[in-house]
Design a protein around this ligand. Structure first.
Ligand code: NDP
Ligand SMILES: N[C@@H](CC=O)C(=O)O
Length: 411
Protein backbone atom coordinates (compact mmCIF):
# COMPACT_ATOMS: atom_id res chain seq x y z
CA UNK A 1 0.00 0.00 0.00
CA UNK A 2 1.37 3.41 -1.01
CA UNK A 3 0.43 6.28 1.29
CA UNK A 4 0.06 9.70 -0.32
CA UNK A 5 -0.33 13.20 1.18
CA UNK A 6 -2.12 15.95 -0.78
CA UNK A 7 -0.97 19.49 0.06
CA UNK A 8 -3.56 22.06 -1.13
CA UNK A 9 -7.16 20.79 -1.31
CA UNK A 10 -8.52 23.15 -3.96
CA UNK A 11 -9.55 22.39 -7.54
CA UNK A 12 -6.63 20.09 -8.38
CA UNK A 13 -6.04 18.62 -4.91
CA UNK A 14 -9.69 17.65 -4.40
CA UNK A 15 -9.69 16.19 -7.93
CA UNK A 16 -6.68 14.03 -7.05
CA UNK A 17 -8.50 12.62 -3.99
CA UNK A 18 -11.56 11.93 -6.17
CA UNK A 19 -9.63 10.20 -8.96
CA UNK A 20 -7.75 8.01 -6.46
CA UNK A 21 -11.02 6.95 -4.87
CA UNK A 22 -13.13 6.52 -8.02
CA UNK A 23 -10.56 4.56 -10.02
CA UNK A 24 -8.94 2.76 -7.06
CA UNK A 25 -9.09 -0.71 -8.57
CA UNK A 26 -7.52 0.16 -11.94
CA UNK A 27 -4.93 2.38 -10.28
CA UNK A 28 -3.88 -0.45 -7.91
CA UNK A 29 -3.59 -2.85 -10.84
CA UNK A 30 -1.42 -0.43 -12.81
CA UNK A 31 0.73 0.59 -9.85
CA UNK A 32 1.13 -2.98 -8.63
CA UNK A 33 -0.31 -2.08 -5.22
CA UNK A 34 -3.14 0.05 -3.79
CA UNK A 35 -2.69 3.82 -3.46
CA UNK A 36 -4.36 5.57 -0.51
CA UNK A 37 -4.54 9.18 0.66
CA UNK A 38 -3.31 9.38 4.26
CA UNK A 39 -3.28 13.17 4.76
CA UNK A 40 -4.84 16.22 3.15
CA UNK A 41 -3.11 19.45 4.18
CA UNK A 42 -4.85 22.77 3.67
CA UNK A 43 -5.11 26.02 5.60
CA UNK A 44 -8.90 25.94 5.26
CA UNK A 45 -11.51 23.82 7.06
CA UNK A 46 -13.82 21.60 5.03
CA UNK A 47 -16.73 20.77 7.36
CA UNK A 48 -18.78 17.84 6.09
CA UNK A 49 -16.25 16.91 3.41
CA UNK A 50 -16.00 13.12 2.93
CA UNK A 51 -12.22 13.41 3.50
CA UNK A 52 -12.57 15.55 6.64
CA UNK A 53 -10.93 12.84 8.77
CA UNK A 54 -7.72 13.09 6.72
CA UNK A 55 -7.35 16.85 7.04
CA UNK A 56 -4.29 18.18 8.78
CA UNK A 57 -3.07 21.76 9.05
CA UNK A 58 0.53 21.02 10.00
CA UNK A 59 2.75 20.00 7.09
CA UNK A 60 5.39 18.93 9.65
CA UNK A 61 3.22 15.90 10.48
CA UNK A 62 3.39 14.76 6.83
CA UNK A 63 7.11 15.34 6.66
CA UNK A 64 7.80 13.26 9.76
CA UNK A 65 5.56 10.34 8.81
CA UNK A 66 7.74 7.58 7.26
CA UNK A 67 4.64 5.88 5.82
CA UNK A 68 4.07 8.77 3.38
CA UNK A 69 6.19 8.07 0.32
CA UNK A 70 4.55 10.45 -2.19
CA UNK A 71 3.60 14.10 -1.62
CA UNK A 72 1.23 15.83 -4.07
CA UNK A 73 1.75 19.61 -4.10
CA UNK A 74 -1.29 21.45 -5.41
CA UNK A 75 -1.14 24.72 -3.47
CA UNK A 76 0.24 26.81 -6.35
CA UNK A 77 2.67 29.75 -6.25
CA UNK A 78 6.12 29.66 -4.69
CA UNK A 79 5.48 30.34 -1.03
CA UNK A 80 5.25 27.97 0.82
CA UNK A 81 5.07 25.42 -2.03
CA UNK A 82 8.80 25.56 -2.84
CA UNK A 83 9.90 24.91 0.74
CA UNK A 84 7.34 22.13 1.25
CA UNK A 85 8.43 20.40 -1.96
CA UNK A 86 12.13 20.77 -1.25
CA UNK A 87 11.73 19.49 2.33
CA UNK A 88 9.70 16.52 1.07
CA UNK A 89 12.38 15.57 -1.46
CA UNK A 90 15.16 16.03 1.12
CA UNK A 91 13.17 13.74 3.45
CA UNK A 92 13.24 11.05 0.70
CA UNK A 93 9.62 11.43 -0.42
CA UNK A 94 8.77 11.60 -4.12
CA UNK A 95 6.81 14.70 -5.17
CA UNK A 96 4.16 15.20 -7.85
CA UNK A 97 3.07 18.75 -8.63
CA UNK A 98 0.75 20.66 -10.97
CA UNK A 99 2.45 23.95 -10.05
CA UNK A 100 4.02 25.47 -13.17
CA UNK A 101 5.40 28.52 -11.38
CA UNK A 102 7.35 26.22 -9.06
CA UNK A 103 8.76 24.06 -11.87
CA UNK A 104 9.55 27.03 -14.13
CA UNK A 105 11.41 28.76 -11.29
CA UNK A 106 13.07 25.94 -9.33
CA UNK A 107 12.81 22.90 -11.62
CA UNK A 108 16.55 22.35 -12.12
CA UNK A 109 17.24 22.30 -8.37
CA UNK A 110 14.31 20.04 -7.45
CA UNK A 111 15.19 17.61 -10.27
CA UNK A 112 18.78 17.51 -9.00
CA UNK A 113 17.69 16.65 -5.46
CA UNK A 114 15.32 13.93 -6.73
CA UNK A 115 18.02 12.45 -8.98
CA UNK A 116 20.61 12.38 -6.19
CA UNK A 117 18.22 10.62 -3.83
CA UNK A 118 16.82 8.15 -6.37
CA UNK A 119 13.27 9.44 -5.93
CA UNK A 120 10.86 11.15 -8.33
CA UNK A 121 9.93 14.76 -9.00
CA UNK A 122 7.13 14.64 -11.59
CA UNK A 123 4.99 17.44 -13.03
CA UNK A 124 2.99 16.23 -16.04
CA UNK A 125 0.00 18.40 -15.02
CA UNK A 126 2.05 21.61 -14.96
CA UNK A 127 1.71 22.04 -18.75
CA UNK A 128 -1.40 21.17 -20.72
CA UNK A 129 -3.41 20.17 -17.61
CA UNK A 130 -4.58 16.64 -18.42
CA UNK A 131 -3.12 16.61 -21.93
CA UNK A 132 0.05 14.49 -22.06
CA UNK A 133 3.06 16.57 -23.13
CA UNK A 134 5.90 16.24 -20.58
CA UNK A 135 6.07 12.44 -20.62
CA UNK A 136 5.87 12.19 -24.46
CA UNK A 137 8.83 14.56 -24.68
CA UNK A 138 11.13 12.79 -22.22
CA UNK A 139 9.92 9.24 -22.86
CA UNK A 140 8.27 8.55 -26.22
CA UNK A 141 10.44 11.06 -28.10
CA UNK A 142 13.66 10.40 -26.18
CA UNK A 143 15.51 9.34 -29.37
CA UNK A 144 14.91 12.74 -30.99
CA UNK A 145 16.79 16.01 -30.92
CA UNK A 146 14.25 18.81 -30.48
CA UNK A 147 14.33 21.83 -32.75
CA UNK A 148 11.25 23.78 -31.71
CA UNK A 149 8.21 23.80 -29.44
CA UNK A 150 5.38 26.25 -30.01
CA UNK A 151 1.88 26.27 -28.70
CA UNK A 152 -1.32 27.66 -27.39
CA UNK A 153 -0.52 27.05 -23.75
CA UNK A 154 -3.16 29.10 -21.98
CA UNK A 155 -6.80 28.05 -22.19
CA UNK A 156 -8.24 31.28 -20.76
CA UNK A 157 -6.75 33.58 -23.40
CA UNK A 158 -7.57 31.14 -26.19
CA UNK A 159 -11.18 31.15 -25.01
CA UNK A 160 -11.19 34.97 -24.96
CA UNK A 161 -9.68 35.30 -28.45
CA UNK A 162 -12.18 32.75 -29.76
CA UNK A 163 -15.09 34.79 -28.33
CA UNK A 164 -13.63 38.06 -29.69
CA UNK A 165 -13.40 36.51 -33.16
CA UNK A 166 -16.65 34.55 -33.32
CA UNK A 167 -18.98 36.76 -31.28
CA UNK A 168 -17.28 40.14 -31.75
CA UNK A 169 -16.88 40.53 -27.96
CA UNK A 170 -14.48 43.24 -26.74
CA UNK A 171 -11.45 42.25 -24.63
CA UNK A 172 -13.28 43.34 -21.44
CA UNK A 173 -16.46 41.43 -22.34
CA UNK A 174 -14.47 38.29 -23.18
CA UNK A 175 -12.53 38.55 -19.90
CA UNK A 176 -15.73 38.94 -17.87
CA UNK A 177 -17.19 35.86 -19.57
CA UNK A 178 -14.00 33.84 -18.92
CA UNK A 179 -14.14 34.88 -15.25
CA UNK A 180 -17.82 34.01 -14.93
CA UNK A 181 -17.09 30.51 -16.29
CA UNK A 182 -14.25 30.06 -13.79
CA UNK A 183 -11.48 29.99 -16.44
CA UNK A 184 -9.67 33.20 -15.49
CA UNK A 185 -8.67 34.28 -12.01
CA UNK A 186 -11.34 36.68 -10.71
CA UNK A 187 -9.09 38.71 -8.40
CA UNK A 188 -6.06 38.95 -10.70
CA UNK A 189 -6.45 37.74 -14.27
CA UNK A 190 -3.00 38.99 -15.24
CA UNK A 191 -1.29 35.58 -15.01
CA UNK A 192 -3.48 34.56 -17.91
CA UNK A 193 -4.03 37.73 -19.98
CA UNK A 194 -0.51 39.13 -19.62
CA UNK A 195 1.08 35.86 -20.73
CA UNK A 196 2.83 34.85 -17.45
CA UNK A 197 1.08 31.48 -17.30
CA UNK A 198 2.06 30.69 -20.91
CA UNK A 199 5.58 31.93 -20.14
CA UNK A 200 5.98 29.49 -17.22
CA UNK A 201 4.76 26.64 -19.42
CA UNK A 202 7.11 27.37 -22.32
CA UNK A 203 9.98 27.66 -19.80
CA UNK A 204 9.22 24.12 -18.61
CA UNK A 205 8.91 22.69 -22.12
CA UNK A 206 11.98 24.54 -23.40
CA UNK A 207 14.09 23.51 -20.39
CA UNK A 208 13.07 19.88 -20.88
CA UNK A 209 13.60 19.87 -24.65
CA UNK A 210 16.92 21.75 -24.66
CA UNK A 211 18.39 20.56 -21.36
CA UNK A 212 19.12 23.90 -19.69
CA UNK A 213 16.88 25.84 -17.32
CA UNK A 214 15.03 28.72 -18.97
CA UNK A 215 13.81 31.14 -16.28
CA UNK A 216 10.55 33.11 -16.76
CA UNK A 217 12.40 36.41 -16.24
CA UNK A 218 14.59 35.62 -19.28
CA UNK A 219 11.66 35.23 -21.67
CA UNK A 220 10.16 38.33 -23.35
CA UNK A 221 6.45 38.04 -22.62
CA UNK A 222 3.49 39.93 -24.02
CA UNK A 223 -0.18 39.12 -23.38
CA UNK A 224 -3.34 39.85 -25.32
CA UNK A 225 -4.45 43.18 -23.83
CA UNK A 226 -3.54 45.13 -26.99
CA UNK A 227 -5.57 42.90 -29.33
CA UNK A 228 -8.84 44.43 -30.55
CA UNK A 229 -11.83 43.02 -32.38
CA UNK A 230 -10.66 45.09 -35.37
CA UNK A 231 -7.42 43.06 -35.40
CA UNK A 232 -9.28 39.76 -35.04
CA UNK A 233 -11.54 40.62 -37.98
CA UNK A 234 -8.71 42.03 -40.13
CA UNK A 235 -6.48 38.99 -39.52
CA UNK A 236 -9.37 36.74 -40.54
CA UNK A 237 -9.89 38.69 -43.78
CA UNK A 238 -6.17 38.37 -44.56
CA UNK A 239 -6.40 34.58 -44.04
CA UNK A 240 -4.88 34.37 -40.54
CA UNK A 241 -5.91 33.70 -36.94
CA UNK A 242 -4.53 35.57 -33.91
CA UNK A 243 -3.35 33.30 -31.07
CA UNK A 244 -1.26 33.75 -27.92
CA UNK A 245 1.84 31.66 -28.66
CA UNK A 246 4.61 30.46 -26.37
CA UNK A 247 7.60 29.23 -28.33
CA UNK A 248 11.14 28.02 -27.82
CA UNK A 249 13.38 27.20 -30.75
CA UNK A 250 16.98 26.05 -31.00
CA UNK A 251 19.12 28.12 -33.35
CA UNK A 252 21.92 26.64 -35.48
CA UNK A 253 24.58 27.98 -33.09
CA UNK A 254 22.95 26.11 -30.17
CA UNK A 255 21.33 29.13 -28.52
CA UNK A 256 17.61 29.03 -27.76
CA UNK A 257 15.11 31.71 -28.75
CA UNK A 258 12.10 31.83 -26.42
CA UNK A 259 9.18 34.22 -26.17
CA UNK A 260 5.45 34.58 -25.52
CA UNK A 261 3.47 36.88 -27.80
CA UNK A 262 0.17 37.22 -29.61
CA UNK A 263 0.82 36.39 -33.25
CA UNK A 264 -0.83 35.68 -36.58
CA UNK A 265 -0.88 32.04 -37.70
CA UNK A 266 -1.86 30.94 -41.22
CA UNK A 267 -5.59 30.15 -41.15
CA UNK A 268 -5.04 26.62 -42.52
CA UNK A 269 -2.51 25.63 -39.83
CA UNK A 270 -3.51 23.10 -37.17
CA UNK A 271 -2.72 25.47 -34.31
CA UNK A 272 -4.96 28.14 -35.86
CA UNK A 273 -7.92 25.80 -35.50
CA UNK A 274 -7.37 25.20 -31.76
CA UNK A 275 -10.30 27.09 -30.21
CA UNK A 276 -12.09 27.79 -26.95
CA UNK A 277 -10.28 26.68 -23.76
CA UNK A 278 -8.28 24.02 -25.56
CA UNK A 279 -4.48 23.89 -25.70
CA UNK A 280 -2.47 22.86 -28.77
CA UNK A 281 1.28 22.23 -28.64
CA UNK A 282 3.45 21.63 -31.69
CA UNK A 283 6.72 19.76 -31.06
CA UNK A 284 9.33 19.67 -33.83
CA UNK A 285 12.15 17.12 -33.67
CA UNK A 286 14.72 15.72 -36.06
CA UNK A 287 13.45 12.14 -36.44
CA UNK A 288 9.71 12.36 -35.83
CA UNK A 289 9.16 15.73 -37.51
CA UNK A 290 6.09 17.64 -36.37
CA UNK A 291 3.67 16.28 -33.78
CA UNK A 292 0.73 18.16 -32.27
CA UNK A 293 -0.68 17.61 -28.78
CA UNK A 294 -4.25 18.81 -28.34
CA UNK A 295 -6.61 18.71 -25.37
CA UNK A 296 -8.00 20.33 -22.25
CA UNK A 297 -5.37 22.48 -20.58
CA UNK A 298 -7.17 22.82 -17.25
CA UNK A 299 -10.06 21.57 -15.13
CA UNK A 300 -10.36 19.55 -11.94
CA UNK A 301 -10.55 15.94 -13.15
CA UNK A 302 -8.50 16.24 -16.38
CA UNK A 303 -5.64 17.86 -14.42
CA UNK A 304 -6.00 15.45 -11.49
CA UNK A 305 -5.81 12.49 -13.88
CA UNK A 306 -2.34 13.63 -14.96
CA UNK A 307 -1.28 14.02 -11.30
CA UNK A 308 -2.47 10.52 -10.44
CA UNK A 309 -0.66 9.03 -13.47
CA UNK A 310 2.50 10.62 -12.08
CA UNK A 311 1.80 9.04 -8.67
CA UNK A 312 1.56 5.65 -10.39
CA UNK A 313 4.93 6.33 -12.05
CA UNK A 314 6.42 7.20 -8.65
CA UNK A 315 5.31 3.82 -7.37
CA UNK A 316 6.96 2.05 -10.33
CA UNK A 317 10.19 3.78 -9.25
CA UNK A 318 11.88 3.80 -12.63
CA UNK A 319 14.97 5.95 -13.03
CA UNK A 320 13.09 8.60 -15.04
CA UNK A 321 15.52 11.40 -14.27
CA UNK A 322 18.01 10.14 -16.83
CA UNK A 323 15.71 11.70 -19.44
CA UNK A 324 13.46 13.95 -17.32
CA UNK A 325 16.22 16.31 -16.33
CA UNK A 326 17.84 19.66 -17.06
CA UNK A 327 20.57 21.76 -15.49
CA UNK A 328 21.00 25.37 -14.50
CA UNK A 329 23.34 26.91 -17.03
CA UNK A 330 25.86 29.56 -16.01
CA UNK A 331 26.51 30.73 -19.55
CA UNK A 332 24.05 32.87 -21.52
CA UNK A 333 22.35 30.65 -24.07
CA UNK A 334 19.15 32.54 -24.84
CA UNK A 335 18.89 34.52 -28.08
CA UNK A 336 17.03 37.80 -28.51
CA UNK A 337 13.72 37.08 -30.32
CA UNK A 338 14.41 40.22 -32.40
CA UNK A 339 17.00 38.12 -34.29
CA UNK A 340 14.24 36.07 -35.88
CA UNK A 341 13.43 37.07 -39.45
CA UNK A 342 9.65 37.05 -39.72
CA UNK A 343 6.77 38.52 -41.66
CA UNK A 344 4.73 41.01 -39.66
CA UNK A 345 1.19 42.32 -39.42
CA UNK A 346 0.71 46.03 -39.04
CA UNK A 347 -2.43 48.14 -38.51
CA UNK A 348 -1.81 51.79 -39.31
CA UNK A 349 -4.07 54.78 -38.75
CA UNK A 350 -3.83 58.55 -39.11
CA UNK A 351 -3.96 59.20 -42.86
CA UNK A 352 -5.72 58.20 -46.06
CA UNK A 353 -5.42 54.56 -47.07
CA UNK A 354 -3.32 55.52 -50.07
CA UNK A 355 -0.93 57.65 -47.99
CA UNK A 356 -0.60 54.94 -45.31
CA UNK A 357 0.14 52.26 -47.95
CA UNK A 358 2.87 54.45 -49.45
CA UNK A 359 4.34 55.20 -46.01
CA UNK A 360 4.42 51.46 -45.15
CA UNK A 361 6.11 50.59 -48.45
CA UNK A 362 8.74 53.31 -47.97
CA UNK A 363 9.53 52.26 -44.40
CA UNK A 364 9.43 48.45 -44.65
CA UNK A 365 9.47 47.43 -48.34
CA UNK A 366 6.36 46.64 -50.38
CA UNK A 367 3.71 44.92 -48.19
CA UNK A 368 2.56 41.48 -49.42
CA UNK A 369 -1.06 42.25 -48.60
CA UNK A 370 -2.83 45.52 -47.88
CA UNK A 371 -6.48 46.00 -46.94
CA UNK A 372 -8.52 48.93 -45.71
CA UNK A 373 -9.47 48.65 -42.04
CA UNK A 374 -11.64 51.18 -40.19
CA UNK A 375 -9.69 54.43 -39.99
CA UNK A 376 -6.63 53.10 -41.83
CA UNK A 377 -5.04 49.98 -43.28
CA UNK A 378 -3.80 46.57 -42.26
CA UNK A 379 -0.91 44.96 -44.08
CA UNK A 380 1.44 41.97 -44.04
CA UNK A 381 5.06 43.10 -44.31
CA UNK A 382 7.85 41.07 -45.93
CA UNK A 383 10.09 38.99 -43.64
CA UNK A 384 12.53 41.10 -41.61
CA UNK A 385 14.40 41.01 -38.31
CA UNK A 386 13.09 42.80 -35.23
CA UNK A 387 15.87 45.35 -35.63
CA UNK A 388 14.90 46.13 -39.24
CA UNK A 389 11.25 46.35 -38.19
CA UNK A 390 12.08 48.80 -35.37
CA UNK A 391 14.02 50.93 -37.86
CA UNK A 392 10.99 50.90 -40.18
CA UNK A 393 8.69 52.04 -37.37
CA UNK A 394 11.10 54.89 -36.59
CA UNK A 395 11.10 55.87 -40.29
CA UNK A 396 7.29 56.22 -40.51
CA UNK A 397 6.03 59.79 -40.84
CA UNK A 398 4.72 61.33 -37.59
CA UNK A 399 1.10 61.30 -38.77
CA UNK A 400 1.13 57.49 -39.33
CA UNK A 401 0.07 55.89 -36.04
CA UNK A 402 0.86 52.22 -35.34
CA UNK A 403 -2.35 50.79 -33.86
CA UNK A 404 -1.15 47.15 -33.70
CA UNK A 405 2.02 45.32 -34.71
CA UNK A 406 2.24 41.53 -34.51
CA UNK A 407 4.53 38.78 -35.74
CA UNK A 408 3.38 36.25 -38.33
CA UNK A 409 4.61 32.86 -37.12
CA UNK A 410 5.16 29.82 -39.36
CA UNK A 411 3.20 27.21 -37.39
N1 NDP B 1 -7.14 24.61 -11.75
C1 NDP B 1 -6.64 24.04 -12.85
O1 NDP B 1 -7.37 23.64 -13.76
C2 NDP B 1 -5.17 23.86 -12.99
C3 NDP B 1 -4.30 24.28 -12.01
N2 NDP B 1 -2.95 24.07 -12.16
C4 NDP B 1 -2.03 24.50 -11.11
O2 NDP B 1 -2.23 23.70 -9.96
C5 NDP B 1 -1.99 24.44 -8.77
C6 NDP B 1 -3.22 24.44 -7.89
O3 NDP B 1 -4.28 25.04 -8.61
P1 NDP B 1 -5.80 25.01 -8.07
O4 NDP B 1 -6.13 23.69 -7.51
O5 NDP B 1 -6.61 25.55 -9.18
O6 NDP B 1 -5.71 26.08 -6.89
P2 NDP B 1 -6.77 26.33 -5.72
O7 NDP B 1 -6.63 27.74 -5.31
O8 NDP B 1 -8.11 25.84 -6.13
O9 NDP B 1 -6.24 25.36 -4.56
C7 NDP B 1 -5.14 25.62 -3.75
C8 NDP B 1 -5.49 25.24 -2.32
O10 NDP B 1 -4.33 25.31 -1.52
C9 NDP B 1 -4.70 26.00 -0.31
N3 NDP B 1 -3.52 26.55 0.35
C10 NDP B 1 -3.04 27.83 0.30
N4 NDP B 1 -1.94 27.93 1.09
C11 NDP B 1 -1.76 26.72 1.66
C12 NDP B 1 -0.82 26.20 2.58
N5 NDP B 1 0.14 26.96 3.10
N6 NDP B 1 -0.91 24.91 2.94
C13 NDP B 1 -1.88 24.12 2.44
N7 NDP B 1 -2.82 24.57 1.56
C14 NDP B 1 -2.75 25.84 1.17
C15 NDP B 1 -5.66 27.04 -0.79
O11 NDP B 1 -6.39 27.61 0.27
P3 NDP B 1 -6.93 29.15 0.05
O12 NDP B 1 -7.91 29.07 -1.06
O13 NDP B 1 -7.54 29.50 1.35
O14 NDP B 1 -5.72 29.97 -0.30
C16 NDP B 1 -6.53 26.18 -1.70
O15 NDP B 1 -7.47 25.43 -1.00
C17 NDP B 1 -1.60 25.86 -9.26
O16 NDP B 1 -0.21 25.92 -9.37
C18 NDP B 1 -2.22 25.93 -10.65
O17 NDP B 1 -1.55 26.81 -11.51
C19 NDP B 1 -2.43 23.42 -13.24
C20 NDP B 1 -3.25 22.97 -14.23
C21 NDP B 1 -4.67 23.20 -14.21
N1 LIG C 1 -5.12 29.39 -16.12
C1 LIG C 1 -4.67 28.28 -16.91
C2 LIG C 1 -5.13 26.97 -16.32
C3 LIG C 1 -4.10 26.19 -15.74
O1 LIG C 1 -3.03 25.92 -16.25
C4 LIG C 1 -5.22 28.36 -18.32
O2 LIG C 1 -6.13 29.16 -18.55
O3 LIG C 1 -4.71 27.65 -19.20
Amino acid sequence: MIQVAIIGYGTVGSGVAEVIERNAEGIARKAGQPIAVKYICDIRDFPGDPNEGKLCKDFGVVLKDPEVSVVVESIGGLKPAYQFVKDSLLAGKSVVTSNKELVATHGWELLQIAKERGIQFLFEASVGGGTPIIRPIYQCMAANEFTEIAGILNGTTNFMLTKMKREDLSFDEALKLAQSLGYAETTDPSADVDGHDACRKICILGSLAFGRHIFPAQVPTEGIRAITTADMAAAGRLGYAIKLIGRAKRLEDGRVLAEVCPALLPGESQLASVSDVYNGILVRSDMLGDVLFYGRGAGKLPTASAVVSDIIDCVKSEDVHRTLFWVKSEEEFLADPAEDVLRRYLRLEGGSQEALSKAAAAAFGAPELVQPSGEGIVCILPAQSGKAFAAGIAALPDWAKVATALKVLPY
